[in-house]
Write a protein that binds this ligand. Structure first.
Ligand SMILES: Cc1ncc(COP(=O)(O)O)c(C=O)c1O
Length: 355
């Protein structure tokens, strides 16, 4: 199984399972920016390796300063982590919820974090007939039964942002809310839809961001979170010292200034998403509209996702089996939106499998 370790993007498992070298795969199973990392990443790796004889800045000052400037957020409301994954874990460890409401299907690390502290989860099942969008009624129903909401904005694997009215009802519950905005930087007008600017002024809102998807640097591990400075201090006290390495800190501070790359990415996605969605729909697949850089797709009942995954993998194409997300059945898969040539390759390979 490609998701042996719980996630997509595992090229070593793909090599072992399907017998091709990892360079031979086009990876649609993890949702990375297909433009590759910004040029400054190579420059930093080449020029700053000599600094590895020193410990990284334990207060991550340069990068926190860059984030503060970029998003107009006070520095003491920012905590940088070893990927959003570390911050998910730390936030749950800090909050110690007994019952965490999760909107299914959702990213599996929320469950992992909750189960590590022996917490329980309250399942809110997103409905196909609502296009897998969270509803105000879901929030109202769950609010009395949980002591934490942990939600993706946009959600993975559905690709949907939480609507403004639902966000309002969420904040009205006065329960702690963690919003995972790992993919929000792909959304046009990101700064208007993100709740980062509310988080640092709030007592119960925590926003987690990833830098690894948009800047295509998952190997370096980098994310940050925004919350009230009192909470940031306490969450930081649970973090392992020097958890963000020196190269990650330098890279993070530089990529945020690469406005040309940011613009290129946003332009690519707007064009490519609508093209890819319509090509997939033309094949008779049900494509759920997405606010970000991946698509949730439903197969006709006669095709089992595991079979499709295997047949495509033998042809060098990796997809994410979305039936592994609680709340979805074996007709769902998730794919990243990639460059036109790669997306065309996907369409041609899936046609071979269907015929
Ligand atoms: C929704 C979501 N949040 C967080 C993460 C973790 O991101 P990072 O690479 O920054 O740890 C992922 C990774 O796939 C994800 O899909």
């Amino acid at each position: 199984m490609l998701e042996r370790y719980g996630h997509g993007g595992d090229l070593i498992t793909a090599e072992e399972t399907y017998g091709l070298a990892k360079e031979q795969f086009i990876d649609f199973s993890s949702n990375m920016n297909p433009l590759g990392s910004p040029d400054c990443v190579e420059t930093i790796l080449t020029n700053t390796w000599k600094e590895l004889v020193h410990y990284p800045d334990p207060a991550v000052r340069k990068l926190r300063h860059a984030i503060a400037e970029c998003y107009q957020i006070p520095m003491d409301s920012i905590l940088v982590g070893n990927g959003a994954a570390e911050l998910i874990d730390l936030t749950v460890r800090f909050l110690q919820p007994e019952m965490t409401a999760l909107a299914r299907p959702c990213f599996s690390e929320y469950d992992e974090a909750v189960s590590k502290i022996q917490g329980k989860t309250l399942d809110i099942y997103l409905k196909e007939e609502n296009q897998f969008e969270l509803q105000t009624s879901d929030i109202v129903k769950a609010a009395d039964q949980c002591d934490l909401f942990f939600l993706g904005h946009p959600n993975n694997p559905t690709g949907k942002l939480i609507s403004q009215p639902v966000l309002h009802s969420l904040l009205d519950t006065n329960q702690p809310v963690v919003l995972d905005e790992a993919f929000i930087d792909f959304v046009p007008f990101e700064k208007q839809v993100s709740l980062m600017n509310q988080a640092y002024q709030s007592n119960n809102l925590f926003v987690i961001r990833s830098m690894t998807k948009f800047f295509a640097i998952p190997g370096i591990r980098l994310g940050f979170m925004i919350a009230h400075p009192n909470w940031i201090r306490k969450i930081q006290s649970l973090q392992v010292q020097w958890s963000v390495n020196a190269l990650a800190q330098s890279i993070g501070a530089s990529v945020l200034h690469d406005h040309a790359y940011i613009k290129r990415t946003k332009n690519w996605l707007v064009q490519e998403r609508s093209w890819f969605e319509s090509q997939l729909s033309d094949l008779g697949l049900k494509v759920y509209s997405s606010d970000t850089n991946y698509l949730l797709v439903q197969l006709p009942p006669s095709i089992h996702v595991k079979k499709l995954q295997e047949q495509l993998a033998h042809r060098g194409i990796l997809i994410r089996d979305a039936s592994l997300f609680k709340g979805l059945n074996t007709s769902f898969f998730r794919i990243a939106i990639r460059l036109r040539e790669q997306n065309e390759m996907f369409i041609s390979k899936i046609k071979q499998v269907f015929i």
